[in-house]
Each structure stands twice: as structure tokens, then as C-alpha cells.
Write a protein that binds this ligand. Sequence first.
Ligand code: DHE
Length: 548
Amino acid sequence: MKKLVRNTFMLAALPLAVTAAFTGSAVAQTPTLSEADKATSGKLYFERCAGCHGMLRKGATGKNLEPANAAKLGQSRLEKVLAYGTEGGMPNFDDILSKKEISDIATYLQMPPEAPPEWGMKQMKESWKLEVPVAQRPTKKLNNINLENVFSVTLRDSGEVALIDGDTKKIWGIVKTGYAVHISRLSASGRYVHVIGRDGRYDLIDMWYETPKIVATMKAGYEARSIDTSKYKGFEDKYAVVGSYWPPQYAILDGETLEPLKLISTRGVTVDGEYHPEPRVASIVSSHDKPEWVINIKETGMIKLVDYSDIANLKEITINSAKFLHDGGWDASKRYFLVAANASNKVAVVDTKAGKLAALVDTAKIPHPGRGANFNHPKFGPVWATSHLGADVITLIGTDPEKNPQHAWKVVQEVKNHGANSLFVKSHPKSKNLWADAPLNPDPKLAGSVTVYNIDDLGKADPKPEVLDLAAAANLGKTKGIQRVVHGEYNKAGDEVWFSVWTGNKTEPSAIVVVDDKTRKVKTVIKDKRLVTPTGKFNVYNTQHDIY
Ligand code: DHE
């Protein structure tokens, strides 16, 4: 088997030459950096900025930062925005980057971007490593862990995932993965955890061993964020799919070995008919009712319904929606998929049964749902919720065209969040609560708090939320990094909700706060020096069954 090829291009020094063709009002000096500073800035740009602004800096969730635009802002303004963030959703970096790093990135942005190399089938196959062939894996579960209540937790800056036993709140195992695993998804059987690193490394973790173990790994590209598995009857654990940011493409893999099987480029024209060189793959979700994945292409605004029943003769339905598709989730019936076209301030609704767009809903600025939250509203029936990066509200959209057609695909209510710069909302079918975070808010008090609404109160004229300062409850003491409370996730029973307290800095302590959903009191604070920068948490059962 071939060795895993690591991402090296970002670390390589980039050429020094700076084109003088950089336009800008009264900018006198040519921006330049030493070779070493340019390489460091390139690496930091990749780690902290490329996700929002694109490798080619053409903009998506974040603004277009090609040299002409960056130069218009100028060195000093760029430094301020990088240091302190903006109310439009740009986070502050003064707590995790030094003054020199901020200044160098501001200069780097005024220099021309370089397209990273391609990563095709040949490289994918060379990177593929089958650590344990299927026939040599356990034939029964070798541990006493209640796997359905395990949480797969991203340890962002240590390049690891912690598998935490949700019953005992103890770390069951730590697995070395790619850099900054973005999401964990489950195989249809619930046995395997699939994790994708920001650096494109994909690991398959088998939970039937005494402690969790990687049984296969491959590299899907230089940058990736999304994966899912085949969940339709007859295809359980058969395939996996991985979307890349760079190169812009998705690959279909064997679900139990990660062997690359098919690669499809997503380069093409946008919904406006313009060619785009970097249409990145954003969220992917797997249908339970069809052999189909919903694959959202960020820059083009096209939603692909990919039929995996015959991958040699792959059928794709392409649905035009709106540009800058990002994250999303199912409605409660799992017929409709709602996805944020975030920089277009819209939510697109796909009817997966009919195979077409059901609606494009206008919302407040930059919706960012994660997978969103589903619940029965006392006045409007079934709704799906999203919070926003660019506005301090939580938006509720009606999702029941059959019994509540007057509310379907309309913003039925906007309630206040405690701040803008929110990333995730969460609820659970057994809960009466709706939770929202605001981790990217530059105000530490807001970034460290969550808003919680009683769902029954949402029928009142002026529903009042409770705001809980969970960073304070974690009692981590003073840290240089802002203690950002991020990503609520329920346990299997739906009676606890877990939040990460993320300092964004791997040398400082972080924690996970477990809140009793009924009393809203902190039940446990999980602290462990191995819990380095925890962010996303994925409960096995809820993720396997798309419960949110
Ligand atoms: Fe995410 C989901 C992309 C920054 C934590 N993030 C997603 C998805 C995409 C995405 C496309 C949907 C995946 C899916 O469902 O298949 N995220 C991006 C970015 O491009 C962005 C804005 C910038 C970047 O450089 O990556 C970004 N994301 C972050 C973070 O900084 C977060 C807070 C911390 C981290 O770990 O990097 C973060 N993103 C998450 C989490 C999810 C996610 C926890 C899954 C939410 C869920 O409940 O499913």
C-alpha cells in the first residue's frame, strides 16, 4: 500500500516576485515580504482565511481579497480588520496572531495569489492507505462502550479527534487525524466515524476495537470540509463521498476502505453564467429515502443531486439556487434540505423527492445554520431555524407545505440572539429548548455566552430568552485567547446539550460544558489537558440519524 502523501505546498516558500501591476489609489510602496515571512503568511492564510475568502481570494463567505481590492483597503485598514474583526461576520485575530503576523498577512494579501497544484485520481490513489483490510477487522464489538452515545470531538489545532463516552463523560480515545478536522459523519451502520481534515486528509475510524482505531486513510485534496456516506437501504456503508475546496471537486470512495473510485470536477459556470475557477464543495448530505447525495457547490450556487446507484454511469441533477452555498440540514421530514447561500443572504430549499428547488428564502445577513434546528412551533407548526454571522437574530422558516402551506418556506419569525457572529443553533425532538451561540463575536462576553429560548414561549408576542455565560461556568481562568462557546450538540437521550469552550489557542486550556437541558444548569465541565481546542462535536446516534 502507498504511503499517505502529506500537504507540503503550503509550507513551501512561495516565489518572491511581486507584480507591480497592483493598482491602488495613493499606494506608494510595493508590498513585499521576505521569503520566510511570505511562506508563514501563506500557511496562516490557508489555515485561517482561505475557507471564507477562497484560495484564489475571489471571495465567498468573506469578501473578494484579490490584490486590487486588498490594495484599495490598504495596509493599515487591513491590519485593523484582521486584528479586530467586523460586525459583518469577520472574526478578530488579535487574540491568536501576533502583531507581526497580522501585519505580514495584510501585506501578503496585496501580493498576487498563486493557484495551488491539482490533486487528481493518481495522487488520491497514491495517498490511500488501507491500515486494516476489512477481512482483518473485528467481527464483533470488542468494547463495552455505549457507541450510540459517543461524541466525536474535533480537537482543531492538535490535528486530532477525541472520542468521548457520553455516558461517563470520559475520553475513550484520541485519534491522530488531519489538521483541524472539520466534521465527523457516521456510516449507516453506526460502526465507523468518518472524519475530514481541513488539509483534505480523510480518516476512517472503527469503533469496534477496544479503543477507536483508524483503519483507512486517504487525502482528497489540499483543502476540504465535507463528507458523507451512503445511507440508502442496500447501500449501507458501501460508499463515502468527500468534497474538496481545493482542487474544486468531489470523489466517491469505497465506504469501508476509502479506496478512491470516481472523481468529478465542480469547475464551471455560476448561476449567473460566469466561469468560476474555484467552485468549492460545501455541505454534503445523504438521503435516507433514495440512493442520493445532495452536494452543494459554493461559488456556482448549484445544488447537485448525485445518484450513486450506478457510479459508472453517474447521474447528477443540477439545481440552480443562489451563490455561496455553505452549510445546511434536513427538515424534520427529511424530504427537504435547507442550505444557506450565505453571502447572498438566502436559504435555498431543495425538495429531494421531486428533485427540484422548492424555494429561495430571503433572510437576514449571512445565515449560518450548521445543520439547523427543527421543532414544532406553537403558532406556525414545523419550522427549521438558523442563526446568522451577520445579524443578531435567529430566523425561523416554516417547513410543512402539506399541513401548514401558508407558512411553508417563509420566514415566520425572527427572534433576538444575544449577538451577531453566530455559527450554530441546536434543538432536539425531545427538548423544549432552542439554543444559539455567537462564538465569533469580538466581545468576549457575547462570544462566551449562549441564548436559549423555550420553544413554547415562541408563540408569545415578545418571547424572552435566557442568556447563559458558559465560558464563565467553565472557569478556565484568564486566557489570552477569547473563550468562544461554540456548537451545541445533544446527547442521544436529548436531555443534555454539550458546548465547546474554545480558546482558539493550543497552548491554552479549553473545555466542554455539559448543560442539563431541562434545568439549563451546568452538569459537568469536561477538562483534560488532552482536550486541545475542541470545536465541533458529533453525537454518534444523532449524526447517524440526522437528528437536529
Ligand atoms: Fe465550518 C460545518 C466550511 C469555519 C466548525 N463548515 C461546515 C460545513 C462547511 C464549512 C462547508 C458543512 C459541512 C457539511 O455539512 O458537509 N467552516 C467552513 C468554512 O469555509 C469556514 C467558514 C472557514 C474555514 O476556513 O474553514 C469554516 N467551521 C469554521 C470554524 O472556524 C469552526 C467554528 C471551527 C473549526 O473547527 O474549524 C467551524 N463547521 C464547523 C462545524 C461544522 C461545520 C462544527 C459542523 C456543524 C454541524 O453541526 O454539522
